[in-house]
Write a protein that binds this ligand. Structure first.
Ligand SMILES: [Zn+2]
Ligand SMILES: [Zn+2]
Length: 348
């Protein structure tokens, strides 16, 4: 099969012919139909710091963890519920399936989990990939493959909003209008809050958030953001989502938050950052980190898509084929106009 293969940090992915994957007894083989390009993959492909809290990629690995596809082969020990031709998505990891965290649908905490993008579990920037039978989720007929591949980033946003325990009365600031910030915008609107303010250095991306439910936006270039926040909302935000994960963005969130408010860190910062703890202490800020979703979150998002309760289509800013991926992947490392780029296998 064809796949986009990673060789080393700083080198573009390369399209190569690699052996077809063979599913193990409890696994399913998927013909990939769509796969989103994720900022995490971009970060990982450039990461050279083994102390940054994220594993280093091995040469020869294949990335891509936001996918959907059609089942083409089913392992011998997989339940008869799953058949060739079924349209599905899956949580990216494959856990042992037997331990407590696997049973509650959080395989990424399993000691034995295989990580997507590793050599033992290649990702979906490829024509086929293996998924776990404990991690698979059926796509409703109404949900296209492209929407199915959005379930993962939507679930990231959903679980971050759940971490914030919003009640509806909050003024929300979302720092960063990339796919995660946009997904969070959509969920805050879905749950209903007093005001959603988005902040992004790139105006076109901030505007995209207005389409997904943000009430106002700021483009923080002048250094007078607190004034701008007051101008837009009339008060400091009681919940801030840091979707940037850049050096200093957590301190920024602490500076902007209303005393007693919550800062939810979703952005992935792989470098050592620092903040002034006293500033957070004086405000009694509740700082929470949010990583990913559980199995039920995927099911809920799929169900809401089926019932047209959410419409994330405007998240996708470009659709490409596998041959175009290496160049687009490099462009995304510097370009800032794009939202979610979707890899589509229809044309291969
Ligand atoms: Zn992702
Ligand atoms: Zn397990």
């Amino acid at each position: 099969m064809k796949a986009a293969v990673f060789h080393s940090a700083g080198m573009p992915l390369s399209i190569e012919e690699v052996p077809d994957p063979i599913p193990r007894l409890t696994e399913i083989l998927l013909q990939v139909k769509a796969c989103g390009i994720c900022g995490t993959d971009l970060h990982m492909s450039e990461n050279v710091n083994p102390d940054g809290g994220w594993r280093l990629l091995k040469p020869g690995c294949i990335l891509g963890h936001e996918f959907s596809g059609e089942i083409v082969e089913v392992g011998k020990d997989v339940s008869k519920d799953w058949q060739i031709g079924d349209r599905v998505t899956a949580l990216p990891w494959i856990g042992c399936g037997d331990c407590y965290v696997c049973k509650i649908g959080r395989p990424y905490r399993c000691d034995l989990a295989m990580m997507r993008g590793s050599l033992e579990l290649p990702g979906a920037y490829s024509e086929f990939c293996r998924i776990g039978s404990s991690e698979v989720i059926r796509l409703p007929d109404e949900v296209s493959h492209s929407l199915g591949a959005l379930i993962e980033p939507l679930a990231v946003g959903f679980s971050a909003v759940r971490r914030a325990e919003i009640s509806g009365d909050e003024t929300i600031l979302i720092i960063g209008s990339g796919p995660v910030g946009l997904s969070i915008t959509m969920w805050c609107q879905f749950y209903g809050v007093k005001h959603i303010l988005i902040s992004d250095l790139v105006e076109s991306r901030a505007r995209a958030a207005l389409n997904l439910g943000a009430d106002s936006m700021i483009i923080p270039k002048q250094g007078n953001e607190i004034e701008e926040i007051y101008d837009c909302v009339g008060e400091l935000p009681s919940v801030i989502f840091d979707c940037v994960g850049a050096l200093g963005s957590m301190q920024m969130a602490i500076d902007y938050i209303l005393p007693g408010g919550k800062v939810i860190v979703v952005g992935l910062c792989m470098e050592k950052d620092y903040y002034f703890p006293a500033k957070a202490l004086l405000k009694e800020v509740d700082i929470r980190f949010s990583y990913v979703y559980c199995h039920d979150d995927f099911k809920l998002v799929a169900d809401l898509l089926k019932r047209n309760q959410i419409n994330p289509r405007s998240l996708v800013s470009q659709t490409i084929n596998l041959l175009e991926l290496p160049k687009v992947f490099e462009d995304l490392k510097v370009s800032s106009e794009q939202l979610k780029v979707m890899l589509n296998f229809g044309s291969l």
